[in-house]
Design a protein around this ligand. Structure first.
Ligand SMILES: *Cc1c(COP(=O)(O)O)cnc(C)c1O
Length: 431
């Protein structure tokens, strides 16, 4: 394509973007969020909700309300008012369960992601002399890799024999799902646990959770998921897909603020299982008798029995503000429908305007991707990192991930079609 054709496409697409925004039933939610501004006051093109979502307009009010209750009630805030801190986390359960497709008894908001992965592995990694391996992806997020390695060592085992990784084929960026299924079958009876992402953090590839669960269960392994990049991005049905457990963070697509509180899912069939090893704390014991200070643990009959500590209320309040917005917007099915339109629009613009100057390594098919794009710069002589710096200087907030991708994520709650267009316009000027 010639440069002038690309320019014509860009011009034509601008009015298309304006129309798409005008017809978008979720457009109003954009104004439910704060967004960063440049020093000159101009709004940035914020495409990094995959890393840190934006605060809602009511986040400060929700957090402030708890600060006020603390100031006016002191310790009484634990037990008084309509949202006593003692049970505050319960206010988030139904909405969070809807995000991941769990039953309310299967989902709890607590701790943070890596902490929850550890707690869940304490329960669900139960190696025996013959069945001791954990299968993860070769390019797992480092925190997940560290957590798994240390769990293996903690049981007196050695990662060189108990850690199995599956990676993309040589020269490929994406996992071939058949390779993952084949690895599960191959390690079969030696496999204790399969721990995989719902959406791969680097490539944006969505893995077929139900198929992986079925394959793991077929060989007798437990199957858990890290949903850091899936929760609030794609539609999930953890209960229906029969996943054993999952953990996620809430500061990415779920907009709960830096270090925000994490989420945790344990399938109903495991909840009452008293044979599961578990690290215990007082927040996991029967609420009715907790303050009698008995040292006999009486587990709550939901996933809440995995809780250790009383909840970080300020972080919970921020999470609540965001989950309210998800619910008002119609939940994940509605958001995903918009996301698919945004993906189609960005695909079209990248094809027509940018062409071969970049390569999107994220899978093309909608079933295998969420809203995050992993873009590799193929421009001769331009290093991807320089392109990322130029985008940033031009007002696009996205992120750079070693070794070679720029990640951009149009988030249906607050990214407009015009903003997507603006991104491509800036990219066109940069590559
Ligand atoms: C973001 C992310 C983390 C971060 O872990 P924290 O415990 O929340 O700091 C871990 N794993 C994956 C896959 C992530 O995407």
């Amino acid at each position: 394509m010639t440069g002038s054709q690309a320019t014509a496409s860009l011009v034509a697409a601008r009015s298309e973007a304006v129309t798409l925004d005008a017809e978008d039933p979720l457009a109003e939610f954009r104004s439910a969020f704060h967004r960063p501004r440049r020093p000159d006051g101009a709004e940035v093109v914020y495409l990094v909700g995959n890393s840190l979502g934006l605060p809602t307009m009511s986040t400060a009010r929700h957090v402030g309300a708890e600060l006020d209750r603390w100031a006016t009630l002191g310790v009484e805030g634990h037990f008084s008012g309509d949202a006593p801190w003692e049970s505050y986390h319960e206010l988030l359960t139904a909405q969070m369960a809807a995000i991941v497709g769990g039953l309310p008894s299967e989902v709890v908001v607590m701790n943070s992601l890596t902490v929850n992965l550890h707690l869940l592995m304490v329960s669900f990694y139960r190696p025996t002399p013959t069945r001791h391996k954990i299968l993860i992806e070769e390019h797992a997020f480092p925190s997940d890799h560290f957590a798994v390695e240390s769990q293996i060592r903690q049981r007196g085992l050695d990662p060189t024999s108990s850690l199995v990784t599956v990676g993309p084929r040589p020269g490929q960026e994406l996992l071939d799902v058949d390779d993952v299924l084949a690895a599960i079958a191959e390690h079969g009876e030696e496999l204790a646990l399969v721990l995989l992402p719902g959406v791969q953090y680097y490539t944006g590839q969505v893995l077929p959770i139900a198929d992986l669960v079925a394959a793991g269960h077929a060989v007798g392994a437990v199957v858990g998921f890290d949903l850091a990049h899936a929760a609030g991005n794609i539609e999930l049905d953890l209960h229906g897909w029969a996943a054993d457990f999952a953990a996620w963070c809430s500061y990415k697509y779920l907009n709960s603020g830096p270090g925000g509180v994490g989420g945790c899912f344990v399938h109903q069939r495991h909840i009452a299982d008293q044979t599961l090893p578990k690290f215990l704390g007082w927040w996991g014991t029967n609420k009715a008798t907790r303050f009698e200070m008995s040292t006999t643990f009486d587990p709550i009959d939901t996933v809440e029995s995995w809780q250790l500590s009383n909840a970080p209320i300020l972080s919970m309040a921020a999470c609540r503000a965001s989950l309210d917005v998800f619910e008002r917007a119609g939940g994940m099915p509605t958001l995903r429908r918009k996301s698919e339109r945004q993906i189609a629009f960005l695909d079209q613009l990248l094809d027509e305007v940018i062409g071969e100057r970049v390569e999107v390594i994220t899978p093309r098919s909608l079933a295998e991707r969420g809203c995050q794009y992993a873009i590799k710069v193929t421009d001769k002589g331009r290093d991807g990192r320089q392109v990322y710096e130029s985008l940033k200087a031009a007002g696009v907030m996205c992120d750079w991930r070693e070794p070679r991708v720029i990640r951009v994520a149009p988030v249906p709650l607050y990214t407009s079609f015009v903003e997507i267009h603006r991104f491509v316009e800036i990219l066109d000027g940069v590559v």
